[in-house]
Design a protein around this ligand. Structure first.
Ligand code: GLU
Length: 402
């Protein structure tokens, strides 16, 4: 079996296409590119493959109709443009797929929708029913209501999470770049990677090379992030130029193939692991670090030495070891106003209402040992810092119960 065979034989596929491959730089939809994409998707559909299209391009399709000359940067104008552009875009898809008698259904999501169990299950039900009825779900972020806090970050990540939600076999990321290069493709010596079998193959990639036209918002870093999310959930991924959609969907050797590296995680933990914008950081001592990483224990106040940022209870935060390495992401049990008073205190020293965990083990996901995030990163992100004044007990964990 050759490597990409699972793409060509996949039964359920998520296709993601970026703004630059759908719209012209002056704003507005490019019908020729939409039709070419629809041709490739409709062909797979006619072979019995279930497809979900995640399409960007709402903002890029809408701003010109509102009399704006360039793609807006402020949130209000982006939301207004998305409101206008999403309709135009979906109407264009409906017309294009109608050439093949293929019905499209619009699904707009925010990150919160995939985090909350009831909404997540409801979204999954919509996808499953649309697919059973042989329709093509066309997905975008619900840009008119998504806030900085509940945004996916970009549609590459959204597509990877959708692939997880619908249990897709494959994710095909279509872009205006030919694939993943070791460096900016305009630079001499930059090489296209034909396959990425795991993290070690990514070591030679310089991610600052975005290689994109400035229309889309993704860039190469978000393509890699999306590929990591999807492959970690057992999904085969291809990144290719949108003009090669047909070949990419057939599993032919275009662009870059990313092999699955793991198996499914619950969606909540998957989201938490790859969360785009943590609201703050908790720095923990070495005792708590061992408890959290070796025994996957809950994090208690006694083990937290410092916190950075302002957050509400329930927000995602990074858990940082004493050496500055981010070891886990978790949903914090206290807000950043209440937490400083609790730092370093062992459970019996705390009032009854403060005796619960700072992060419950079920709300925490360990990270593979990747990056070091020293404090200047916290500063760069504008997090405020609170430190423990008195000396902490090393006993900062719950003994693995819970
Ligand atoms: N949701 C945005 C749009 O449709 C695009 C986000 C992205 O490009 O990743 O305009």
């Amino acid at each position: 079996m050759h490597l990409r065979e699972p793409i060509g034989t996949a039964r359920r596929v998520v296709v993601k296409v970026g703004s630059a491959s759908l719209t012209s730089s002056g704003g507005g939809i490019d019908p020729v590119q939409i039709d070419a994409l629809a041709d490739a998707i409709a062909q797979r559909h006619s072979q019995g493959v279930e497809l979900i299209l995640v399409s960007s391009g709402a903002v890029a399709s809408g701003f010109a109709s509102l009399g704006l000359r360039t793609k807006p940067r402020d949130a209000a104008s982006k939301q207004a443009s998305a409101s206008v552009g999403q309709m135009l875009l979906v109407a264009r898809y409906a017309a294009s797929f109608a050439r093949y008698n293929l019905v499209v259904g619009q699904v707009l999501l925010t990150a919160e929708d995939l985090l909350r169990r009831s909404q997540y299950r409801s979204a999954k039900r919509t996808f499953d029913r649309l697919l059973a009825l042989k329709a093509l779900p066309v997905v975008n972020e619900n840009d008119t209501v998504a806030t900085a806090q509940n945004k996916f970050g970009d549609n590459d990540r959204l597509a990877a999470l959708v692939a997880h939600v619908v249990h897709a076999d494959a994710l095909v990321l279509l872009s205006d770049v030919a694939g993943l290069y070791t460096d900016d493709p305009r630079r001499a010596g930059a090489r296209l990677l034909e396959q990425v079998m795991g993290e070690s193959d990514l070591a030679e990639v310089s991610v600052s090379s975005s290689g994109s036209s400035g229309i889309g918002s993704g860039g190469m870093a978000s393509k890699i992030a999306a590929a990591r999310i999807a492959t970690a959930a057992g999904v085969h991924v291809v990144l290719a130029n949108a003009t090669h959609a047909h070949a990419a969907l057939a599993g032919e050797p275009v662009g870059t193939y990313f092999a699955p590296t793991g198996s499914r995680l619950p969606i909540r933990l998957l989201w938490l692991r790859h969360v785009a914008t943590p609201a703050g950081q908790l720095v923990i001592d070495s005792g708590a670090l061992r408890a959290v990483t070796d025994r996957h224990a809950s994090l208690l106040a006694a083990g937290v030495t410092r916190l950075h940022g302002e957050f509400d209870a329930g927000d995602p935060v990074e858990v940082v070891g004493p050496d500055g390495v981010v070891v886990a992401h978790g949903l914090v049990g206290y807000d950043s106003r209440a937490l400083p008073q609790l730092l370093g205190k062992s459970t019996p020293m705390l009032a009854a209402e403060h005796q619960r965990e700072v992060i419950h083990r079920d709300d925490m996901v360990l990270l593979p040992p990747l990056g070091v995030f020293p404090e200047n990163v916290a500063k760069k992100r504008g997090f405020r810092t609170f430190s423990l004044k008195t000396s902490a007990s090393a006993d900062g964990f719950s003994g693995g119960a819970g």
